[in-house]
Write a protein that binds this ligand. Sequence first.
Ligand code: OAD
Length: 245
Amino acid sequence: MEFSAKLIQILKSARHITVLTGAGVSKESGIPTFREAQTGLWAQYDSMELATPQAFQRNPKLVWEWYEWRRGLVREKKPNAGHYALLEMEKHVPAFNLITQNVDGYHGQVGNQNIIELHGNIMRTKRWSDDEIITEWKDTGEVPPRCSETGSLLRPDVVWFGENMPLGAIEAAIQGAQNSDVFFSIGTSALVQPAASLPLYAARTGAVLVEINPAETPLTEQMDYVISGMSGDVLPKLVKTVWRT
Ligand code: OAD
């Protein structure tokens, strides 16, 4: 795989890199994406029945069990070569932000430090009543389980359609984008806001934009470099080319 010599030079001298990842980064781990035809979760399931607060109110058991299935997948599968390459990238650059829309927690699992989880983490659980994170509860067999202290239903700590993202996370993400001299958009369809605007914030403050994706996205035209391919294949090669030669 040949990379642009100019891009390699830019990356070698980069002081601050910000990376935005989406479901495509975990696809080679065996975790389904959302919008791809046939295989994407939203091609097979109705997001309005499974990923909104109203859906949880209507049918908490169905929603909990769907997330329990997804948690099982995350436990059963593991991070791939793309995740590990991003860990290596973080080690080579003075300042590094990893902004992810993924809820699988794989970036943290491989050891990346500076992670902003815009859509939460599926392995964390919180109280429905007040969003308090809960780590332990008594298993009474009820689905979903309830907080042992207050009796409130428990739900996954993810951002559902119609819910606000954690404000601190958005602010940190925008700041990361604005401070970076290179901004990567990897494995995301760039259709969900505000994540999809982050490359534009970065471009306005002079960052070089790079996209890694086997398909085009609405942002492809605005990129300085487009690497068409799978992140688990492209990222290890790119990191090796830039920092190990
Ligand atoms: P999407 O499913 O919308 O997009 C996945 C992207 O990954 C597509 O552009 C694919 O072309 C690309 N892709 C597929 N395989 C790849 C590979 N091996 N390497 C690199 N890229 C690959 O997923 P997201 O953009 O992450 O939100 O979706 C954003 C949000 O929409 C998700 O976080 C989720 C969803 O609704 C919530 O659940 C809140």
